[in-house]
Design a protein around this ligand. Structure first.
Ligand code: GDP
Length: 313
């Protein structure tokens, strides 16, 4: 991910390094290159504008004209502004004073929520927590089974509703009929949290349903779950390969469930990825984790400064 953005920016800076003093036209040319590289990488237009105007203002100011090495100073500014766009500081999970900490996952179907539940569960378990995964995606019985498989791989227990009464629903639901489900996801989320309390799990991760596109009924369902369980964190999982739809999708989820943090998934892919990078800036919510593969280990805390260095490497 970001290989072509990274190559373009590196090439831009290479041109700049040949020069000693920088004229205004050198700086304008550099900013034009940066702008095109970001747009080609699918970074959202308002983010590109904000980014390039911050760079222009600083690059034309004293910090560059008085620098011993102006080109290096410009690179430093770009790095700092990129860190800012990516959310600034690394933000860690907000743990509840009175456990269990409740983490709700939201996002489009296929974005990687269920996979993330396992990864996050394992990551927490490795730090000495005792997480419980809760299957509140009841649109597709397969989703419950999938969470159970993921939980088993991660070595993290799963709370799932009884499925004795779901015969035949799979076919109906998989054919995409409305938002009928084989259980009440709000009730299941509540019961999962009660179970966590009873069995002394200190973190609960609630997996919720998503659609391939933003869907009013499912957004309402997610909002109802949020209202019922008052999570400490609501993580919006977004597939980094989503392209330009990232901004619209993120805004819809922000409005629907007011998420507290973002998880970028599928960062191991070779898509341009810039749209996903725009999400923190557009929503004002930090990117907290990244998912970088299908295995339960392919998971990292997101550090804006490290990501910026990787892109500008
Ligand atoms: P959900 O519908 O949001 O719960 O999404 P899933 O967790 O079921 O993921 C959808 C598909 O994406 C599955 O085939 C996963 O194996 C795959 N997937 C999830 N996260 C990643 C990731 O970080 N990298 C890659 N390459 N694939 C992923």
């Amino acid at each position: 991910m970001f290989a072509s953005l990274s190559d373009r920016l590196t090439a831009t800076f290479k041109n700049l390094r040949h020069k000693g003093r920088l004229t205004e036209s050198d700086i304008n040319a550099t900013i034009r290159d940066i702008r095109l590289a970001l747009l080609d990488a699918d970074v959202a237009l308002p983010v590109v504008k904000q980014f390039t105007s911050a760079i222009r203002e600083r690059a034309l100011g004293a910090e560059v004209s008085q620098a011993l090495n102006p080109a290096q100073q410009v690179v430093k500014i770009v790095n700092e502004e990129l860190v800012a766009i990516l959310g600034g500081q690394t933000r860690s999970l907000q743990l509840a004073k009175n456990p269990p900490t409740v983490i709700m996952l939201a996002g489009l179907q296929g974005s990687g929520k269920t996979t993330l539940a396992g990864k996050l569960g394992k990551w927490l378990k490795d730090q000495g927590h005792t997480p419980l995964l809760v299957a509140a995606d009841l649109q597709r019985p397969n989703a419950v089974t999938q969470l159970e498989v993921v939980g088993e791989r991660a070595g993290v227990p799963v709370y799932a509703p009884e499925r004795g009464n779901m015969g035949g629903h799979d076919a109906v639901l998989e054919s995409g009929e409305g938002t009928r489900s084989f259980g009440d996801p709000v009730a299941v989320s509540r019961q999962g949290i009660e179970q966590a309390r009873a069995r002394q799990h200190d973190v609960v991760i609630v997996d919720t349903a998503g659609r391939l596109a933003v869907d009013a009924n499912l957004m309402q369902q997610a909002a109802d779950i949020r209202a019922a369980i008052s999570p400490d964190e609501v993580l919006f999982v977004i597939d980094a390969m989503i392209g330009q739809a990232a901004v619209e999708t993120a805004q819809a989820f922000q409005e629907g469930v007011d998420f507290t943090g973002v998880v970028l998934s599928k960062l191991d892919g070779d898509a341009r990825g810039g749209a996903a990078l725009s999400v923190a800036s557009i929503t004002g919510r930090p990117i907290m984790f990244s998912s970088i593969g299908e295995s339960v280990k392919d998971f990292e805390v997101f550090h804006p400064d490290r990501m910026a260095s990787r892109i500008l490497d």
